[in-house]
Design a protein around this ligand. Sequence first.
Ligand code: BG6
Length: 483
Amino acid sequence: MKFERKDFLWGGATASSQIEGAYDVDGKSLTLAEMRPFNPNLDRKNNQEMNNYTKEDYEKSIENIDNLHYPKRFGIDFYHRYKEDIALFKEAGMNIFRMSIAWSRIFPNGDESEPNKDGLEFYRKVFQECKNNGIEVMLTVQHYDVPYPIAKKYKGWSNKKVIDLYIKFVSVIMNEYKDLVKYWLPFNEINVAPWSPITGLGIFKEDYKTSSEYLNAAFQGLHNQFYAQAKVIQIAKTISKNIKMGCMIANMTTYSIDCNPVNVLENLLTQQINRYFFYDVVAKGEYPTYSKRFFKEKNIKIDMTAEELKVIKENTVEYITFSYYMTSTVSKELNNQNGGNLIMGGKNPFLKATEWGWQIDPIGLRITLNELWDRYQLPLFISENGIGVVEKLDKNNTVDDSYRIEYLKEHFIQINEAIGDGVDVFGYTMWTPIDVVSLSTNEMSKRYGLIYVDYDDYHKGTGNRYKKKSFEWFKDFIKTKEL
Ligand code: BG6
């Protein structure tokens, strides 16, 4: 089969806190991501790992008297090796690179009057390097790396003052990089906020007396991000016509476990609140009617002004990007058991899962693309998709990752099918072109890359880069477009 769409963008995605390292270099402050230690006893199937740390754990990490290892302080040392990495992306045939910018490098305390010149300079060099190599940049402004000073002093995104700090930060970087960066995503997976407020919003649960107050703060933080996103879309229009503003949502497609209407309805309600709600606000510019019932039932009260709602209405996204890793099932019984855990649904007997329990579903990607296209009629972009596996270099200094080739191929086929269905999907950035530190479990062992990086979970190793078998496969695919 030949991949049909000629102007399709092909590339890879990363995030600053998972690749850069150099956590204390050139004026950078600490981010919450860099304050979560590696847990050698982690349970890989426990999707709550990143919610397990207390405010005290974060505070203790500054002195680190327990001598723990904080993987995101070191990443894969992209800060110093970016030229080598970008050269490899080019060699693989990528024409787009999704990365994020660390707020903590530009405004280390969040509220300085002037940006940090060294931070600005670093990203200018990276973007320029991409340009020199014919690679377009898709920039995520905030990818799960709230600077610690913002969490400590302002209580994170629950505080409306953070909106102003963020708008100032984005205005600075947009003016700086308007000619180097075309695609902008204000927030990574904006919908993760209610499920992991510490990760998405920098809100500590210990700052709230009850879990319902904490949930309320999370939805307040989410609203503040919706407004901040709309505001920077509005500002972008005044800065450059070349800037393309999109959103990024963790797509959670679920299926009803069976055809019992009770479960079908439960799935519909789950899809509304866990998935469509977020797309609806950023693409249609309004809180959907069903969300009002949800807020009422959960007693969630959000402080939103008429002016904020107007800005949200008038500044919707030009295209939709989403991450797609898995699908799951929904039943009334399971939802009752897990109290509506937003992230992991039930098992699907028709799908295989990774060691982390992520159920692989290429056909679900075609379903998702069709559903989103029908509902929003906006160009779509898959900004994350990939498979994490424990891997070791073999004696030939490579990894025979045939399963990854299979995974990519199956997903590419379904994208091609969706294009055949008439869906306007214009690009794909795999998670990841190169091994990175895992977001949820902080491991280096959970590898996603086409390129192997010689670091272990404790950042021991040479850091050298090696091409896996999938690298050669991808390179070949880009030349032939044969699947
Ligand atoms: C996405 C995040 O949800 O999932 C990435 O945007 C993350 O930052 C990716 O790395 C894969 O998750 P993990 O936990 O396997 O790294």
